[in-house]
Write a protein that binds this ligand. Sequence first.
Ligand SMILES: Cc1cc2nc3c(=O)[nH]c(=O)nc-3n(C[C@H](O)[C@H](O)[C@H](O)COP(=O)(O)OP(=O)(O)OC[C@H]3O[C@@H](n4cnc5c(N)ncnc54)[C@H](O)[C@@H]3O)c2cc1C
Length: 454
Amino acid sequence: MEFTDIHPDRVQVLNDHDLQSDRSYVLYWMQQSQRAEWNHAFEAAIRLGRQLDKPVLVGFGLMDDYPEANIRHYTFMTEGLVELDEAFKKRDCKLVIKLGHPRAVIEALAKDAAAVVCDRGYLRHQEAWRSDLANSISCPLIQVESDLIIPVEAASNKREYAARTIRSQLQEKYRDYLEKPARLMPPKSSVYLNVTGEDIGSVPAFLEKLKLDDSVPVVSDQFKGGTSEAKRRFRNFLKNHLDQYNDDRNQPHEDHVSHMSPYLHFGQISPVWLIREIEENHSGKDAESYVEELLVRRELAANFCFYEKDYDRFSALPDWARTTLNEHKDDERKYRYTREEMENAETHDEYWNAAMQQMKKRGYLHNHMRMYWGKQILAWTNTPKYAYRTALYLNNKYFLDGRDCNSFANIGWLFGLHDRAWNEREVFGKVRIMTKSGLERKTDPDKFIDKVED
Ligand SMILES: Cc1cc2nc3c(=O)[nH]c(=O)nc-3n(C[C@H](O)[C@H](O)[C@H](O)COP(=O)(O)OP(=O)(O)OC[C@H]3O[C@@H](n4cnc5c(N)ncnc54)[C@H](O)[C@@H]3O)c2cc1C
């Protein structure tokens, strides 16, 4: 199936059913790409609607036990969903949000669909939901990648070792994937179809309908979800911070970073839009550094989760890293903390405690402090495997951008993934260390503490 202004590498047909032309609509199953603009999957659904002369309905299934998600994540996501009703209406499409398992919700809506178009995700459950749906419906299921710049198989056909092994391929190819699909309208509106869903209204009141883990406080005062907020933040970043990105983005007490990761995680902003905004208006080392992070680092993480089915297990680390960590697993630790002591930010290290507090209070932490935070967990726990599980648990519980391919790749990085062997040391073996004195030399952690206390 081809759409003239959508790159063919983005499109995959997941079953071999015939189009059901006698049915009422084309259904876009929105799951990963939670936005109404720069959404190649939604645009593909519109093109299909035009080919078949059908309206396009947008369906979203909201379950209350999404893997590892708590009320902090749900609030951010729902703030984004609220604005989509109106945004899809402007494209003559109705958004139907139904409570229930996404696969079951979409399966029911698909009974009246000529075809279903879905977006794409790389985590185990996201892949399983799509392949299960492909088998359980009687019309075609067409998957369209819209959350990576280069679709994962087109970027590389194997699990890559490190950024250096994938960088040149990504840099050579990415301009071919910055296409902007025209903003077409479907031939008929779906707004008046007799299909009903939830009316969100007030986010906190709406979320009370769900049984959510509410042990982690909401951080809407720090990060409000939604495409319009993502764009506002990004434009502010371009205006006030991009010119310091290359030199100062590693300074945790400064704010010369884009804060796009929560919005990217929930698909509220398109990485293609971000790159185009940067490249159409800026050039030079700052723009290049940003492209390095958004393209190379982020797509390396997707490569890892796609080609490594055990992406969330210690066993997925490179052999050299597991071997060296196991050889040093009985080394004497100068400090040892339980998971609870760490979660309560009760260690001897004031910088680390400030990082942990910021995760808890803000749902976000600067990259340099994430590296320092995670490396100390390896230094202070009984075994590397336990350290791995603890770091992943805290990461995914508190970060708004947690539970992402980036989470699994970067927690893996703490333990040697996508890195090389260094000089051998106690506890870490040949895995890269980060020390308190190094943090003090390269950054100003006292100012970071002031920032957290503010
Ligand atoms: C221990 C550890 C845990 C991490 N956990 C997560 C996580 O759960 N979710 C998450 O999205 N990122 C994670 N990262 C990567 C990185 O810290 C964040 O993506 C970044 O800090 C987000 O802030 P920003 O959007 O302001 O980044 P910017 O510097 O503005 O970068 C722009 C975008 O580039 C991408 N990017 C930047 N750095 C990385 C990186 N190292 N790896 C992959 N992509 C990157 C992100 O999508 C980011 O939004 C982790 C890093 C470490 C060291």
